[in-house]
Ligand binder design. Structure first.
Ligand SMILES: *Cc1c(COP(=O)(O)O)cnc(C)c1O
Length: 412
């Protein structure tokens, strides 16, 4: 039998990203043993608090209102500036196509509505899948009701995800928009984004990718995929903090054509003229609606700066090694424990988390959290192990699974 503790020690000793763990805020003594939920809420960096304090004392505390328009980085420009930073580090997108604003839910609504409104006459179907994240399903239900569209559902295998074949089967001359998650929030399935985007375009529809579980974890190539639109969270693998604003991408050549529905003053051309009538600002700026959440963007910039140094390819390499190790440990357990891996075994089709299934996980997770071992739980019976490569060690994974194994053994 493999000695997983020894294996983890070796992997940690040779891990080229190991040093990044020291950049995260340590939990209070005794409050945390293993954190396996970086896909839900990333950890803060030690540089985050001083970066926030600098803004409070400096551009906010001392410069005050002048900071919106003065200084070397006026706040007015932060949605595009921080959008470009996220795009360069995590999205494979050239400048001028990404903003940081709102929440993922609101940005999804704005961009999906814009796409549906811009679709040619007769294109009245929105394609989505049954295992997409709830907010995506609800927002699209709302848009369908507003615009008289029909939702075309792809039935997803909950242990895998949407395939190119399934997309081919549903898209056609009535397709207005297809919305999918690049990494499925439950199974961790990594969709073939380039191929699915190509198929949707061949059918004449718009493609919108939800990157919440991708950004900062797996390489994303928005420009190379040729995708139209994308949205995603910054509080997961980008470590932006609870409720940090989302990012939204609109491909450069679509920016003139698409009109998002929340026409606010901050997305207007010349907002400070406060003139009559809405005229969209040029470029990606028109996606912005209201006053940018400056404080919420400070931790994102710290997280993105760290990701830039580490490099997304190195992050992905460690991510595969972490999820592979977790699967190996679970596979070594006696089959009578009844734990099943509900994520793709093929690393090329798997994102940064692994879901394992057992009927008792809903109650066991309470014990795990009390012990400071923190994965999360998703119905039905799924324990999600979210392994953020910059903040998670191999030893942490093995330790957490040994604690879980003890609970499974004592239940017998
Ligand atoms: C986390 C997540 C969201 C969250 O949206 P919010 O507006 O930030 O609450 C949306 N979609 C997916 C796929 C997610 O994983």
């Amino acid at each position: 039998m493999t000695d997983f503790r020894a294996l983890a020690a070796t992997l940690d000793a040779t891990d080229s990203l190991a040093g990044y763990r020291a950049e995260f805020v340590p939990a209070h003594e005794g409050r945390l043993r293993a954190y396996l939920d970086g896909n839900s809420l990333g950890r803060p960096l030690t540089r985050t608090a001083p970066a926030l304090a600098d803004v409070v004392a400096g551009s906010w505390g001392s410069e005050l209102i002048r900071s919106w328009t003065e200084g070397d980085q006026p706040w007015m420009g932060w949605p595009e500036r921080v959008g470009d930073e996220v795009a360069a580090a995590a999205l494979g997108a050239a400048k001028g196509q990404t903003v940081v604003a709102d929440s993922t839910t609101v940005l999804l609504y704005k961009l999906a509505r814009a796409a549906v409104d811009a679709a040619a006459a007769g294109r009245d179907e929105i394609v989505l899948d049954t295992d997409n994240f709830p907010t995506d399903r609800y927002v699209l239900e709302g848009i369908a009701a507003e615009r008289g569209c029909t939702l075309r559902w792809i039935e997803t295998d909950p242990g895998a995800g949407v395939t190119a074949e399934q997309v081919t089967a549903v898209v056609g001359e009535r397709t207005a928009l297809v919305v999918m998650s690049h990494v499925a929030y439950r199974s961790g399935w990594l969709a073939d984004a380039a191929e699915i985007t190509r198929l949707v375009h061949e059918a004449g529809g718009f493609m919108l990718w939800d990157l919440c579980h991708s950004a900062g974890s797996v390489p994303v190539e928005l420009d190379a995929w040729g995708t139209d639109l994308a949205v995603g969270c910054t509080y997961k693998y980008l470590n932006g903090g609870p409720g940090s604003p989302a990012f939204g991408y609109v491909r450069a050549d679509l920016q003139e054509r698409l009109r998002q529905p929340i026409q606010g003053w901050m997305g207007r051309a010349d907002p400070f003229t406060m003139g009559p009538g809405y005229r969209p600002a040029p470029g990606i700026r028109s996606v912005v609606s209201g006053t940018p959440p400056i404080l919420g963007m400070v931790p994102i910039r710290v997280g993105v700066e760290q990701l830039t140094r580490a490099g997304i390819d190195a992050v992905r390499e460690k991510s595969i090694a972490l999820t592979s190790l977790a699967i190996e440990v679970v596979d070594s357990w006696p089959s009578e424990w009844g734990v099943r891996v509900a994520s793709p075994r093929d690393a090329a089709r798997r994102g940064g988390h692994v879901t394992i299934v057992h009927p008792d996980f809903e109650s066991i997770i309470r014990d795990l959290w009390a012990d400071g071992v923190i994965p999360d739980y998703r119905d039905p019976h799924g324990l999600r192990l979210g392994l953020a490569p910059l903040s998670t060690s191999y030893a942490e994974v093995v330790d957490a699974l040994e604690v879980l194994a003890d609970y499974l053994m004592t239940r017998k």
